[in-house]
Write a protein that binds this ligand. Sequence first.
Ligand code: NAD
Length: 322
Amino acid sequence: MKNRSVLVAGAGGFIGGHLVKRLKDEGYWVRAVDIKEHEFAKPPADEFILGDLREQDVVKKVVQGIDEVYQLAADMGGAGYIFTGEHDAAVMHNSATINLNMLEYGRLAGIKKFFYSSSACIYPEYNQRDPDNPKCSEDSAYPAAPDSEYGWEKLFSERLYLSYYRNYGIQVRITRFHNIFGPNGTWCGGKEKAPAALCRKIAEADRNGEIEIWGDGKQTRSFLYIDECIEGVRRLMESDFTGPVNIGSEEMVTINGLAMMISGIAGKNITLRHIDGPLGVRGRNSDNRLLAQKLGWAPSRPLAEGLEKTYRWIEAQVRARA
Ligand code: NAD
């Protein structure tokens, strides 16, 4: 695999930044592109291009001389970003344009293989009303009824990648990530997701303090630590399975339970105050049966292990900011 040139789009972001490091460690030549620099850790790419992938000229340039593309660039954020409705047009326009450009100009440049990061947000809302029994098997995606425009765009783009596979013979590998978390991810500013937001609130709270939780906190989710996410991405890319396939954890917790775990890691006695806020579906968990069947591998590390590392990193960010 060495001597291969790969492009990581969205390398200034959380997952893309970690992926660049992994690919460099494996011996690839890596070109990175993003509309912004990485906020926390400069990815060790051979080349980092600052550019807007909605612009056709930028895309035409970055795909030159590349063998494989990892397409992670998207307009995204946590519930506070995608469920308020205020960013719907931007999310759909920006992310769809990026994917349309990447595939078309990548195809014309002769790229043979694309990785695409879809999301658990594509799954129908009607299968995720019972917090104890959410259904997220890959074959349950249709009839489609995602609960956000972010999810609809991801579903559209999954189909776009599959169309290029069918019509142009381009290899594609598609994952549906379920809540990836870890160090070097957004932890403040409005785009952060639940684990980072709760780590920040608890790091900022007094030893016997109180934090706010959106909703009653009984909604369930699972969270996958970044290292296992990257492992899954690489394994899928090297496999002969197109997907879409879930990459997530099957360790389901309530948001209240997640807050209590972090409180324990912080060594604090935190009280939860429930307030109104944007929520998303009532329950969601990864279903890794297809992943295990196709790759002979699935994530296995406990949530607490990744939370410990993430909390320490966010705690240090909060201290450095103070
Ligand atoms: P992120 O927001 O940290 O990274 C996305 C990157 O895309 C950002 O750095 C952003 O600047 C870049 N980008 C956005 N618009 C761009 C443009 N016009 N031109 C160039 N770059 C642009 O998000 P992430 O958590 O690293 O997620 C990576 C991918 O995985 C995304 O496609 C996301 O939808 C998907 N995903 C992530 C999760 C998760 O839990 N983190 C879950 C499901 C799916």
